[in-house]
Design a protein around this ligand. Structure first.
Ligand SMILES: O=C(O)CCC(=O)C(=O)O
Length: 263
């Protein structure tokens, strides 16, 4: 897939591009089948919900230990647009699955930008990084979709406070204050990213986003692939491999059918 100059301009303006059904149903089935084993892993890369330690909040690093997810990260359909948008070769800074379990198990995410901890803790020089959001399950109005404030990346790094509780549970989150959120939402609106499993959103790392509790009975998993420009490699070494990958080798695409080949 090659983005047109109009799509690149749209990304620069709105901070995201959305493609429904970028993966087909066979590819989605391969990824869905791999999820339970990932969520059952022991190890610090699996972060559980505060209120329910039996429910996983984030599973980091699956591309390193799950073959379907490794292949996903190297599909030309994802890599080529990312390289175009970042105007560089890329490596994967981080990957994380948010399974967002149903029955309220997938708790809310307050409004935040992703870039602050990568900048202040991992030493990422610039917000030249993309959060590719791959819908593993259907994301609908009732399964607590990802909400974004389009165009908010144009406001740069917003004032935010480190959420201590998140830091204590192995990941960092910077919440912005209500007044700033209200101003940006009034200016740009809020959009819900809804679409069938297999849809993909390319989101700038400074786009303000969040989500509510998933009170539906259905899981709403999204795999977040954080691609960084190789010229923007991180200098920090504090965080572990699954949050701050230190291998900056440029990624090379596989054949576009390599995920489907596992079906
Ligand atoms: O998937 C969600 O509900 C939100 C996740 C999120 O905001 C994040 O991982 O930064």
């Amino acid at each position: 897939m090659k983005l047109s100059s109009a799509q690149i301009a749209q990304y620069d303006e709105q901070g995201y591009l959305f493609f429904p059904d970028l993966l087909d149903s066979d590819e989605v089935a391969v990824l869905q089948e791999a999820v339970p084993e990932i969520l059952n892993r022991p190890g610090p890369e699996i972060i559980t919900e505060k209120e329910d330690p039996s429910s996983v909040r984030l599973a980091f690093g699956a591309h390193t230990y799950s073959e379907p997810f490794r292949r996903l990260t190297l599909l030309p359909r994802l890599l080529n647009p990312v390289r175009q948008l970042l105007r560089d070769d890329v490596y994967l800074h981080q990957s994380r699955i948010n399974p967002k379990q149903g029955f309220g198990g997938g708790a809310s995410w307050d409004w935040h930008q992703d870039y602050p901890p990568w900048n202040s803790i991992d030493g990422m020089p610039e917000p030249n990084c993309i959060m590719v959001s791959v819908f593993i399950d259907d994301c609908t109005a009732v399964t607590s979709p990802l909400l974004i404030v389009p165009g908010s990346q144009r406001h740069g790094l917003l004032d935010a406070k480190l959420h201590k509780d998140a830091a204590g549970r192995g990941y960092a989150l910077h919440h912005i204050d209500n007044a700033t959120f209200e101003r940006l939402a009034a200016e740009n609106g809020i959009e819900a990213l809804v679409g069938p499993a297999g849809s993909v959103a390319f989101i700038h790392c400074n786009v303000l986003h969040g989500s509510a509790n998933n009170v539906s009975p259905w899981r709403r998993a999204i795999m977040y692939l954080i691609y960084n420009a190789v010229s923007n490699a991180c200098t920090g070494t504090e965080r572990p491999w699954y949050q701050n990958n230190r291998d900056f080798t440029p990624l090379c695409p596989l054949d576009d059918s390599s995920l489907k080949a596992l079906a």
